[in-house]
Design a protein around this ligand. Sequence first.
Ligand code: ADP
Ligand code: MG
Ligand code: ZN
Length: 460
Amino acid sequence: MVEKSFPLKIGLEIHGYLNTKEKLFCKCKAISEKDEKPNTRICPICTGQPGSKPMLPNKEAMKKLIQISLILGCRVNHDKRLVWQRKHYSWPDIPKGYQNTISGAYSTPCSEDGKFHGIKITETHLEEDPARWNPDTGKIDYNRSGLPLIEIVTEPDFRSADNVIEWLKNLVIALSYIKAIKKSAGIKVDVNVSTYGERVEIKNINSLDKIKRAIEYEIKRQLENYRNKIEQKRETLTYDESKGKTIKMREKEGAEDYRFIPEPDLPVVKIDEKEVSKLKQNLPETPDEKLNKLLTKYKIDKANAEILTKNLELVDFFEALAKQVDAKKYISWVTIELLRILNYNKKTLEEVNINPEHLAELIKAIDKKEITELKAKQIMNEFIPNSFSIKQKSDISKISDSSEIENFCKDAIKKNPKAAEDFKAGKQESLNFLIGEVMKLSSRRADYQTTKNCLLKFLK
Ligand code: ADP
Ligand code: MG
Ligand code: ZN
């Protein structure tokens, strides 16, 4: 652990793809298909052909950036001139030799001075993504070149790796509620860490697990250097997953190395104040607000409320269900059963078509004791990929008639004489086994209690 005399400080720079239909400066599609081929969503602009100039920046991207800024409690700089700049560097992934960004040496950020879950937000930036360069083959894929990226910069307010991970989880959930970031693409984080000396920056880590391991390793490494009286300079590092180590890439270059100049081909950006207030008014509920509502309005217990609020689709589904049935009483049909069938099929709620009305119908039938819970669960298994009305199903109603159930019980005992003997000899589990057999024979329609009573009668 960090010794008392060192203030451990961690600050983040978080990059995410803004959820737009088109790229930032051209009309190429921003959304990637599964199994897409390289260089299929490109044009002269996003491949930096000589003579090509950017189109006016994608309005959707700015709108998403403003929404994110509002969620983060930032002041949106509608009263300032925001200047696109060219950030120059020389690397195969950057066809023009520079990246367009509203950040850097002479710029005012789009928004600044926020606070989210106890961590101060310094500012947000808007920029275009470079292409993907494969250093092994030398080939370049421009599909992602020109995609709109947001960068969120925090103050160095974090005090531990766990603190960072917890906060990032909350950030990702909050951003998913406004659908402003492409979920599938994930986020990439630069992590700045300082202990006894200058800070280092660990570049481009793309999963929470790796972020945690990188920070923990880096703290250990710095403290060992301190004990060995090695000076800690400003450095840029990379995290090598296979070695579990941070590795030095370079000494930190200063901002002047990027030779920022204002972009002559793009106008100065003025954010419309009216648009900001409109977006603010129309912001959807945040995860915290949802959680509160579940606890107070629906009186759901905290554990279940937390499961629901982690996923916008799930909590929306729950609220739709709650309009029709006593959702508190039947909460497990969402937090357990619905998640069970999704997990089993390796699907998310977004990827399937399950109508809350259909689950409500099923629950109402259970409530009126028209069908057994087991039958309902079996029907639910078939809700993927498309749910349906149980009116379409015949032979699902509950069997409560005791003579019919007696027949199933006799049948189950006859087919499983060993289990019957075992039960009589004192083995309690055998009863559950036989109940299970009756459920199979009755296609899960036999009333549970009647079945149990009947078996007990026969097995005396
Ligand atoms: P750069 O452009 O070099 O990355 P910035 O000023 O943009 O520099 O710094 C960005 C990040 O560095 C921020 O996330 C900030 O929180 C973090 N940072 C600044 N000072 C420290 C420090 N003493 N320890 C750890 N992180 C720091
Ligand atoms: Mg940086
Ligand atoms: Zn293009």
